[in-house]
Design a protein around this ligand. Sequence first.
Ligand code: SAM
Length: 325
Amino acid sequence: MATRAPQRSARTSPERALPDQGELVRVGEQARDFEFTSADFARIRELIHRSAGISLSDHKRDMAYSRLARRLRARGLDTFKQYLDLLEAENDPAEWEAFTNALTTNLTAFFREAHHFPILADFVPRRAQPVSVWCSAASTGEEPYSIAMTLIEALGESGARQASVLATDIDTQVLAKAEAGMYQFDQVKHLSPERLKRFFLKGTGAHAGMVKVRPEVRAMVRFEQLNLTDRDYQLRSQFDAIFCRNVMIYFDKPTQAQVLARFEPLMKSGGLLFAGHSENFTYVTQAFKLRGQTVYELTRDATGVRTPSRAPASAAHHTTGGVTV
Ligand SMILES: C[S@@+](CC[C@H](N)C(=O)[O-])C[C@H]1O[C@@H](n2cnc3c(N)ncnc32)[C@H](O)[C@@H]1O
């Protein structure tokens, strides 16, 4: 595949290319280095839906442009069409990874949606030990570390040492950051002084203004890449709790239903599923029943028999989940 260095002045729209006067763009629109057509955007939407289950809505067009323009520059390409042709033709896993990483949204925070953590703290001491928790859209690590900290608070240092947190995400870049466990102090300043002291080390010198999650907390968390839309997650153990927060919102309803069906056999009897604030699985599945604010419980007992669910799957059209983002 022949590639050329990006030409910043190569613009195809005649009314935009006015070399003597600079570029004219519509009010409120940014100047663009690369031609980006509706067909390109439609293709991007199709590809990211196919590879990661993500439904990109119309208003993500500028975001898609700016994030993928970096890939065009990195590959020395002139047009989005060239880039998308290359992506599909070469089947290069590294480029697919970069494409996916570019289009994920990774917003997260320590103890985000704080009401979930006391529920987890109350739940885990009542479970057969050691407990295991899966954080299935871990992003940059704040969520799985918050889970590990909660396990330490609930089980004590020695109890928590047996416990484990599996933290997965599709995005390899955020996983690398998560594994490093380094954050700006600003990201933890809302935590109590007790939590700060117990769970973080303060950076000095070149790391002033940063904090690092203490090694004993990091040791409880194992990071791995996992695509929730894969048919087989290759996970051979079961979990007491699964956190799947603020990721299903990016998936359409059939994808949500498939993911929930894959969670079911991975959950120990009576296990809890934690969802994000705007995610509602009630009408997507019968396998989990709503137990509290965005917390679901598996409707299967130890013998594998399902306990009656309150939500009929036939009401599937009433859901608020499955919106595009
Ligand atoms: C908005 S963040 C939510 C992070 C965290 N769960 C929270 O609630 O703070 C969504 C995460 O889902 C991940 N993601 C998107 N599609 C995914 C997929 N198909 N499989 C696994 N993770 C995915 C993104 O990479 C991103 O890190």
